[in-house]
Design a protein around this ligand. Structure first.
Ligand code: BES
Ligand code: MN
Ligand code: ZN
Length: 489
């Protein structure tokens, strides 16, 4: 598919489908819209009247344009109130347009949307909307499922000079798509071994440094928390560390750490009915976003050194599984009473965070499908953000705002750590049910000394079910775009 910007106005554009955005408060056609309506012999005003189109956000309608017009179909997409226009509105509108064009079997699509912020940000959002909605994951289908036709060419109308922004947005999308594919792949296809292979392929393709610590290497580093989780699996754990280094002196050194459980059965505290055990292939979404960010950043080549880290394993049951109540010693020497083997993500992250801090980076961000409690608190659209560092929290909030990935800062209420006190070990890995996402974050904090650190709980946002999904269902690739914006900021 080709995506390009064009100076051509919507009045002159020729192709299969022309998509235009309409504001709620500008539904009466004036100016260029009136001219377009005239050109289309009133088709536009008829479409608006017949579908009772009000310009509400994410609403849409389309119809055939008759006669010898240079366009075949007209698509209208609601943008809500003009004063509320956000980049994400454009991203969604572009996604809706792309999907409709495909369904309506249009090979060429012209998109005419207003500018939000500036031309480059506008082009980025539109490109992301199109690229991500049109990507179809057919890897596991025996027959190609193609609901419509392939859109071959997309033109961003009246937006010349943004080709660089489009190209960069497409590189970012390639990272989002990688993250989605990794998360969507089931646990009998995506394993610690295949994750290591993916890391190798990325390192090879983009010339990145790669370090894979095998079980014995992790033992030498004293990663008892990570290895405790890994010990029941028939598959070997893989501690993956990919480094992107810019040419010249880096402006900053950063670390991104992703939870990488290719499957979470719960361990001997086995997940029971209703706990979505069958969805636990998604428990490596943090690692998926991390790898997605590798792919994007390796192409964008910022002047920042970035370390991408994931302690990848499965949480399984077997005769050599951790017993509930076992004590583990993490690589910083702290001892943990595992009062619940299903709180495994924080155990793997503990050793990954200690490892990241030893790299002497300026900041560490971890992403993890860590707690059901975070899903209860914030639902499926908003990730939880915890950080003791206001500057880092602000950086991430700004990066998320730009990407349209929602997150909300949550408190690191130190008092709640009292619930994690153990009698004979330094701490337990789980506290009481109330505040479960907060105590999980407080647990992670024990493994950071003084590097600015932030934790993102993406348990809700990593996956969207068919009934909730608008432009995307299944794996979302949540986090990649925010991480990229953060690294570039
Ligand atoms: N991977 C789960 C969290 C999760 C839940 C992710 C739902 C995605 C959707 C995590 O390892 C887990 O099991 N957490 C427990 C913690 C509890 C034992 C303190 C939970 O949230 O129930
Ligand atoms: Mn678990
Ligand atoms: Zn888990």
């Amino acid at each position: 598919m080709e995506i390009r910007a064009t100076n051509t106005s919507q009045l002159e554009w020729a192709g299969d489908a022309l998509a235009i955005g309409l504001f709620e408060d500008a539904i009466e056609l004036t100016g260029d819209m009136a001219k377009l309506d005239e050109l289309l012999a009133g088709t536009l005003s008829e479409l608006i009247a017949e579908t009772e189109f009000k310009g509400k956000i994410n609403s849409s309608a389309s119809t055939r344009v008759g006669g010898k017009n240079p366009i075949r179909k007209i698509i209208i997409v609601g943008l809500g109130k003009s004063e509320d226009l956000k980049l994400d509105t454009l991203r969604q509108a572009a996604g809706i347009s792309g999907r409709l064009a495909k369904q309506e079997r249009c090979k060429t699509l012209g998109i005419s949307l207003p500018i939000c912020q500036d031309a480059n940000s506008t082009a980025t959002a539109i490109t992301e909307g199109i690229e991500l909605v049109l990507h179809q994951d057919n890897r596991f289908k025996s027959e190609l499922e193609n609901l419509g036709t392939d859109v071959e060419k997309v033109e961003l109308i009246s937006l010349a000079g943004v080709d660089e922004a489009i190209a960069r947005a497409r590189q970012i999308c390639s990272g989002v798509i990688l993250a989605r594919e990794l998360v969507a792949a089931p646990a009998n296809s995506c394993t610690p071994i295949t994750m290591a292979e993916t890391a190798e392929a990325l390192a090879q393709e983009f010339g990145l440094e790669l370090e894979i610590l095998e079980k014995e290497d992790c033992e030498k580093l004293g990663m008892g928390a990570f290895l405790g989780v890994a010990q029941a699996s028939d598959l070997p754990p893989k501690f993956i560390h990919i480094t992107y280094k810019p040419e010249g002196t880096p402006r900053r050194k950063l670390a991104i750490v992703g939870k990488g459980l290719t499957f979470d059965s719960g361990g001997l505290n086995l997940k029971v009915g209703g706990s979505s055990i069958e969805m636990m292939k998604t428990d490596m979404s943090g690692a998926g976003a991390t790898f997605g960010a590798v792919k994007a950043i390796a192409q964008l080549k910022p002047d920042v050194e970035v370390h991408f880290i994931s302690a990848v394993t499965e949480n399984m049951i077997s005769g050599h599984a951790m017993h509930p109540g076992d004590f583990l010693t993490a690589s910083n020497g702290k001892t943990i009473e595992v009062n619940n083997t299903d709180a495994e993500g924080r155990l793997t992250l503990a050793d990954a965070l200690v490892f990241a801090e030893k790299l002497e980076v300026d900041a560490i961000v971890d992403l993890a499908t860590l707690t059901g409690a975070c899903v209860v608190a914030l639902g499926n659209d908003i990730a939880g953000l915890w950080s003791p560092n206001d500057d880092l929290a602000a950086e991430l909030t700004a990066a998320a705002e730009k990407s349209g990935e929602k997150m909300w800062r949550m408190p690191l209420e130190e008092k709640y750590f009292e619930g994690m006190k153990a009698i004979h070990a330094d701490m337990k890995n789980t506290g009481p049910r109330p505040g479960g996402a907060i105590t999980a974050a407080l647990f992670l904090k024990q493994f950071i000394k003084d590097t600015p650190w932030a934790h993102l709980d993406i348990a809700g946002t990593a996956w969207v079910d068919a009934e909730d999904g608008y432009n995307n269902t299944g794996a979302t690739g949540y986090g990649v775009r925010t991480l990229v914006n953060w690294v570039l900021s």
